[in-house]
Design a protein around this ligand. Structure first.
Ligand code: PLP
Length: 315
């Protein structure tokens, strides 16, 4: 017995985390902290059940891009999940600004998160949980690296089916990513760099953190069903409206995407990014196409337009 007792470890008073994190600043439980100190309880339902919603906006050269649209989508998700934010919209916008300003980043990836939180009694009733708001700003990151942006991404279509919208509403931006991560591993196994997964009808849906567009005979199309209504996807529609290009949301089959003139993906993490190879076969001549190039240029130009962007207030 005495031997057993000496083997029992002590309970430490504080958590020590020796992992390294990117430079940035987070806001959690009312405090601004370096990323290495930003922690949530293991009892938070956001962690235990993926019971959370979030949004990601980026800052480019000191300006938020389409912040209002990201806040609208975040608010919609929070309401539909029956959560309550502890701050109003103006305060949250100022917290996001502060995270970026305190980090010093001129180009940043800025996340706002609402988790179900936890209940003091570990109750199984989500109504008893105290919801938690978290925000952070870290360096800007992209789905595609510099080389991939120049020559186009190599993508594989996985057999994995995206969680049906009847189960989880994709318009509520969420962390239910096991299907997307499985798709990514399938893609790596097929020698590709990233993945597209399919909807419940076998049509192309989306990829890990991005929507997809095809261009055929000058017309653009993006999946309508079972996908997150991405802000970058919406931005492509807005850019098309301003330039006379025609874009619609409708089903895309595997055969159609492979027979496209151009394919590109869209995400806050990287913007508009070309795809030049699918399942080992080149899209058209395997070069980044003119419509994709034109939209990429316009997209980045809009980042200085005050109608589409707002300046971060640095100290
Ligand atoms: C599943 C999914 N689809 C699409 C997107 C692209 O959305 P947005 O353009 O708003 O970044 C994301 C972004 O994270 C995503 O997680």
């Amino acid at each position: 017995m005495a031997q057993l007792l000496t083997a029992i470890p002590i309970v430490d008073e504080h958590h020590v985390d020796r992992r390294r994190y990117p430079h940035g600043v987070a806001f959690i439980d009312g405090q601004y902290l370096p990323m290495s100190e930003a922690k949530i309880s293991v009892l938070d339902w956001g962690f235990l059940h993926s019971d959370a919603t979030y949004d990601t906006v980026h800052v480019w050269n000191g300006r938020f891009f389409r912040l209002d649209l990201h806040l609208d989508r975040f608010w919609g998700g929070v309401e539909r999940l029956r959560m309550k934010l502890p701050h109003d919209r103006e305060k949250i916008a100022s917290i996001l600004n502060n995270c970026v300003a305190l980090s010093g980043h001129k180009s940043a990836y800025v996340e706002m998160i609402c988790t179900r939180g936890s209940s003091p009694t570990f109750s199984r009733d989500p109504r008893q949980a105290e919801n938690r708001f978290i925000a952070f700003a870290v360096p800007f990151g992209s789905v595609a690296n510099k080389e991939q942006l120049e020559r186009g991404l190599h993508v594989a279509i996985s057999e994995t089916v995206r969680i049906p919208p009847e189960s989880v509403d994709p318009a509520i931006k969420n962390y239910h990513w096991l299907d997307l991560v499985k798709g990514l591993f399938d893609a790596y196994d097929m020698g590709a760099e990233t993945a597209l997964i399919v909807d419940t009808n076998g049509h192309i849906a989306e990829g890990p953190g991005f929507n997809v567009f095809v261009v055929r005979d000058g017309f653009l199309r993006t999946p309508a069903f079972g996908v997150l209504p991405g802000i970058t996807r919406r931005t492509v529609f807005d850019l098309c409206a301003g330039t006379g290009l025609s874009a619609t949301a409708a089903d895309i089959s595997r055969a159609e995407i492979k027979a496209a003139d151009e394919v590109f993906i869209t995400s806050t993490a990287g913007g508009i990014m070309p795809v030049t190879c699918i399942d080992g076969a080149a899209i058209a001549n395997g070069q980044v196409g003119p419509v994709t190039r034109r939209l990429m240029d316009l997209y980045w130009q809009k980042h200085t337009d005050p109608q589409w962007s707002t300046a971060v207030e640095y100290p």
